[in-house]
Design a protein around this ligand. Structure first.
Ligand code: ADP
Ligand code: MG
Ligand code: ZN
Length: 481
């Protein structure tokens, strides 16, 4: 029997608004615990929540770009449960009449595009945060930070159509890219702005019947999601092959031990006693509002990528990488304003620039070589002022000092030697010093040509223009034959 996984993901994304979803408390991350709370978000009796319009606008943006059907009317519901991080003992969410349904996100897998269908996108509020400090003064007690209560979230739920852990990874990457492009979520997983619960079942290859699923929580990186799903796929397969049954349950991923630990048997919707929140009116969204927001949507990653391929002649691969973020794409477009060879510029950014960003763990906006400085340096290669090899050296100084290529080449005397006379003289010296090799060359050992080029370059500390060196050298050696 051959099995394949069936995966559905539920992602909670924190919307990047300044204030919370139903009150005016700040959403800023990292503030003093419980400094950003009020009677509304802590659920005091008699308060009235008021919906933040920005939250809805952000959600509409995502709905438009994923092609989800926005409901004219949606309802906020109370999802009741008791937990210390939830002072109201209910979370305001959406249940039967969500914000929107359907839609899709495209991923690039196995050399083609695959459509991941969405079930729904809905709005809800976040709960607080429990801290379990290990210091002495708390004596094993738990602390609660309510700053997060009422922070706006959208939940994006996929259909069970993802068919491998890697596809789940690719989907999450694309979703995050979209959210960040739209500037509606900062995508920061460490700060909890993006969280994912992964549902997985297995079935025999080719079957249509869904198996019993488990849900994995506590996933704090996209690679972690992939790993956890691989683990759970193997575990379920083992159970089935052993003749055992899968029980529907929630598991907690332990990223240190790479195992999933059972947390609780799965709760059902009726356990939450959902009912419409009597304090909130239905949310009505008209076409005019949608159209207005449509006009504010920026160029999306896929369109940008296709444009880069067409406009700059980039490969699919280069265009994909350069459009990973809007900032990187802008950097490329700014760079090529100063030089002509778009492909070379794209390669430079992908190999040299990204290498440094990875090493330093910084973003392109924090990189101290400006697009103008990079573009101007590339232009100097194009104009034969510096060689490609010298350029690497120049670039290294640029990254260290933030200075321009012109300044550095002047300071370090790195300008390429294009002076014919100077090169010619150097060649003469090299040929004289390597008399035996010259004789061997004349005798037919043509391979030595490269050796001579190398010697000339060495004598000029790599600064001679290679093209001129080649031409001159050939002329001189031919005349000796
Ligand atoms: P629940 O009520 O348990 O939260 P939902 O029907 O809301 O379940 O689905 C939650 C997520 O689980 C969705 O992403 C959905 O695609 C996925 N899912 C549902 N059934 C299965 C299944 N049999 N196997 C894998 N994933 C599933
Ligand atoms: Mg669910
Ligand atoms: Zn508040």
């Amino acid at each position: 029997m051959e099995f394949e996984p069936v995966i559905g993901l539920e992602v909670h994304a924190q919307l990047k608004t300044d204030s919370k979803i139903f009150c005016s408390c700040s959403t800023r991350f990292g503030s003093e615990p419980n400094s950003q709370t009020c009677p509304v978000c802590t659920g005091m009796p008699g308060v009235l929540p008021v919906l933040n319009t920005r939250v809805v606008e952000f959600a509409i943006k995502l709905a438009i770009t994923t092609g989800s059907k926005i409901a004219k009317k949606s309802i906020f519901a109370r999802k009741n449960y008791f937990y210390p991080d939830l002072p109201k003992a209910y979370q305001i969410s959406q249940y039967e009449e969500p914000f929107c349904s359907g839609g899709h996100i495209e991923i690039q897998a196995n050399g083609g595009w695959k459509i991941i269908n969405l079930t729904r996108i809905h709005l809800e509020e976040d709960a607080g945060k429990l801290l379990h400090p290990e210091d002495n003064d708390t004596h094993g007690k738990t602390k609660i930070d309510f700053n997060r209560c009422g922070v706006p979230l959208i939940e994006i739920v996929t259909e069970p159509v993802i068919t491998s852990p890697n596809e789940a990874y690719l989907y999450l990457t694309k979703l995050k890219q979209l959210l960040v492009y739209l500037e509606i979520c900062d995508g920061n997983m460490e700060e909890g702005s993006l969280r994912c619960d992964a549902n997985i079942s297995i079935m025999e290859k080719g079957s249509e019947k869904l198996g019993v699923k488990t849900e994995i929580k506590n996933l704090n990186s996209f690679r972690g999601v992939e790993k956890a799903l691989e683990y759970e796929f193997e575990r379920q397969k083992g159970l089935i092959l052993n003749g055992e049954k899968i029980i529907q349950e929630t598991l907690l991923w332990d990223a240190n031990k790479n195992i999933a630990i059972p947390m609780r048997s799965k709760e059902e919707a009726h356990d939450y006693r959902y009912f419409p929140d009597p304090d909130l009116v239905p949310l009505w969204i008209d076409e005019k509002w949608i159209d207005k927001i449509k006009s504010q949507i920026p160029e999306l990653p896929k369109d940008k990528k296709l444009r880069f391929i067409k406009q700059y002649g980039l490969s699919d691969y280069n265009a994909e990488i350069l459009t990973t973020t809007k900032e990187l794409a802008n950097y490329f477009e700014e760079t090529v304003k100063y030089c002509k060879d778009f492909i070379k510029a794209s390669n430079w950014i992908i190999t040299e620039v990204l290498k440094i960003l990875n090493e330093k763990k910084i973003e392109i906006n924090d990189f101290n070589v400006s697009s103008k400085n990079l573009g101007t340096m590339l232009k100097m290669i194009e104009d034969g002022i510096i060689s490609g090899k010298i350029a690497k050296e120049v670039f290294e100084y640029m990254t260290l000092t933030g200075k321009s290529a012109e300044e550095i080449t002047k300071e370090k005397g790195l300008i390429q030697i294009t002076d014919l006379e100077q090169i010619s003289k150097t060649i003469d010296v090299v040929l004289k010093q390597n008399h035996n090799e010259v004789l061997a060359y004349i005798d037919g050992k043509e391979k030595l040509f490269g050796f001579f080029v190398g010697q000339v370059m060495k004598a000029t500390k790599g600064k001679a223009n290679p093209k001129i060196v080649n031409e001159e050298l050939r002329k001189k050696l031919n005349s000796l034959k």
